[in-house]
Unconditional design. Structure first.
Length: 202
């Protein structure tokens, strides 16, 4: 991991969106001087991971730093477009929205666990999978356990029916997790875009 990539992860995790945007816009690495041309080893790699296998996107989503999530995904879109324009060149590394940390958790699942609705909306807009099973549970289960009703509503509006029935490794569904976390009333009332609750879909 380069100094710049380490700085990007730190800025994203701390919610320092102004600093993150400056780091993402600067084509040169932090340790390079302005008169040094970047070579192939100085390409910015947004998919680089820290010791816990978290990308900058993971740590931004975990902290609920939606501006950082948005900045990273905008930059990722720019890199993808650059790859498309230079089809004969070696493609630059891009972020994988379904990248997993050491426990198998995706950025979308991190955002749901923390109740960070804006992060969920941005990740979904850029193509994150609402139905992915992360680690031993789904994003819906994580939101339910923590009582994040708005996140449950959002996920229910965009998920497949079988996501509602997904179970943890101990056999608990999102509804069971909501009861365990003491959030029965809020989660039972969460509805899909067609007005169905988790119980109605089960």
């Amino acid at each position: 991991m380069t100094q710049k990539e380490d700085s990007i992860i730190a800025a994203a995790g701390g919610g320092f969106d102004t600093l993150l945007n400056r780091l993402l816009k600067n084509p040169l690495l932090v340790e390079e001087s302005a008169d040094t041309l970047p070579d192939s080893t100085s390409v910015l790699n947004l998919s680089v991971k820290n010791k816990l296998q978290c990308t900058a996107l993971h740590v931004a989503a975990f902290g609920g730093h939606w501006r950082c999530v948005e900045a990273l995904l905008r930059k990722n879109t720019d890199i993808k477009a650059q790859n498309d324009r230079a089809s004969d060149a070696t493609p630059l590394p891009t972020l994988d929205l379904e990248s997993r940390d050491v426990d198998g958790t995706t950025p979308f699942a991190f955002a749901s666990l923390g109740g960070h609705l804006q992060c969920l909306e941005i990740l979904y807009e850029y193509g994150a999978d609402v139905n992915t099973i992360s680690g031993n549970s789904s994003a819906l289960i994580g939101s339910s356990l923590s009582g994040h009703t708005a996140c449950c509503d959002f996920i229910l509006k965009h998920c497949k029916d079988d996501t509602v029935d997904a179970q943890t490794d101990t056999g608990q569904t999102a509804l069971m997790q909501a009861c365990t976390g003491g959030h029965m009333d809020d989660t039972v009332d969460a509805q899909t875009d067609t007005g169905q609750t988790a119980l109605m879909q089960a």
